[in-house]
Design a binder for this molecule. Sequence first.
Ligand code: G6P
Length: 620
Amino acid sequence: MCGIVGYVGPKQAYDYLIEGLFRLEYRGYDSAGVALQNGDQISIRKKTGRVGQLAELVTQQPVIGSTGIGHTRWATHGEPSDVNSHPHTGGNGEVVVVHNGVIENYSALRSQLQELGYVFRSATDTEVAAHLIAHQLDEEIKLGSDPTSAETCLQAVEAALKRVKGTYGLAILFREVPNMLIAARLGSPLVVGIGKGEHYLASDSSPLVGRTDEVVYLNDHEIAIITADKFQLKHQHTGAQTPSIKFLEQTVQDTELGDFDHYMLKEIFEQPQSIENALRGRLDDDEASAKFGGLNMDPQKLRRIDRIVLTACGTSWHAGLVGEYLIEEFARIPVEVEYASELRYRNPPMSDRTMVFAITQSGETADTLAAMRECKRKGHPTLAICNTVGSSIAREADGGIYLHAGPEVGVASTKAFTSQVTVLTLLAMFLGRMRHLSYPAGKRIISHLRDMPNKIRKALECNDAVKEVAQKYYQAENFLYLGRLYNFPVALEGALKLKEISYIHAEGYPAAEMKHGPIALVDEETPSVFIAPRCQIYPKVMSNLEEVKARRGPVIAIACESDDKIAKLADDVIYVPDVDEYLQPLVTSIPLQLLAYHIAILRGCNVDRPRNLAKSVTVE
Ligand code: G6P
């Protein structure tokens, strides 16, 4: 969470900083700020609210400078307010800091610094970092170090970080050393963009797109000293590092809105393409299986795996649940789906033949990264199913599968979910073909997967019908989402989408389980969304639907287009193409994404920037 940008070079830094902050706004939008260095002057502008409000402030009170840092905040310590906004100054303004992460021992450090006479203006943990660096700088100077030398600044940062417990991505300006910034990472991502006679900094690569295609991802414990024409990297424990330069593949078009009103809608409609991208080059007709370039595990080792743990958060966790059903069905390997925030602190028995997959769109979710590291530490093969190339999880995993879905900007995940499910289907087929799945069965799955982009295109045709349904129910205060087997995780995901962007209370449940509690909520005002395409237990789902009708609950059904009976039972029906049962989550999730979108729009909500949420959760 929180977005960071920085620039050192010959140009006006503000232009990059503000554009970068707009692109990073999905990481947090409680407040935004910039600090610009011009000679030995550092000017700060910061404001509660969106990046647009900061831009208005700067129009009224311009700032200049060719070195600068910026921040868009998702509040952790201290409410969203002007004073709690970043950047924060340390000492008497000799140090200026933006920060992403959480300084866990901030309270103790704050007391120590207050005793030394440092005056705190904000309630943030970041101001502690700013004063602490200023204090260590002062100590260095007292020992005779040159206050105008980059080396002195670096020593001060290193000394300060030794005293900090927690996580950080930091960008720091020093008043006495113009045209330099220092960045440090532990747990919160940072990437340096290498330009010609200039350097960029960002907390993910999106601000760098169109500026440079050469990037260096900082690793934990690394500190970067960045000037216009020089970029040095130092590991806190092992010393100087040679930066490993990577190529950035995104283009500006990938992150543009085009003809759509919102990123969420754009990304919903991108799904035929994103699913095609997830399949590209991975369907192996000769072997009737899937092929992956980056699993980094030989077939003998894969064959010995007798248990799989899928770990993730949020929507990615829901994709994991679909994966559990798929892998158990096709490969007959027991699967557990663990919330990463729980797994990281639990100690479940795991044999040496357990393989772990971290599922993540951003590749930066703090809990998923920590859970993955814990499993890796114990020696399990730990792989990633990840969208963001070069992200922390992608880099630290032993191997993995990229989604190739392109950047997902809308905070509510849509195309990443269907791409994750597509990749998990491929994985289930792949593992299945090493075990019990026959050649004809593999062939059949391949042919159905190949047809999925068309099926999704067809499913998207329900948009107008969904809009009408949204119009009818958008004022409801509670929704139930009910599905069984492969459509149970879809029910959870549908309810999550609605909650996230329309702030309506919604619960997802296995349809039959409803009788053990949620049915008490059913009344004329509470719509139930039944995800009810034809399946092995379709008649049972219909009985559950009747139970809701008997209590006068309005029913919205998501049904197969071949279903000519359901319209007699449900109040409203949204049709999706017929597909095999195990592929249904891919088509049934489409109307649920659209339903959440249209309801949120009718309620006047900001679908791309829902309150209190952030796209990439890099704090615990
Ligand atoms: C946040 C996002 C969700 C996402 C979850 C996990 O809560 O708002 O959309 O599903 O994080 O993120 P990841 O990037 O690990 O998939």
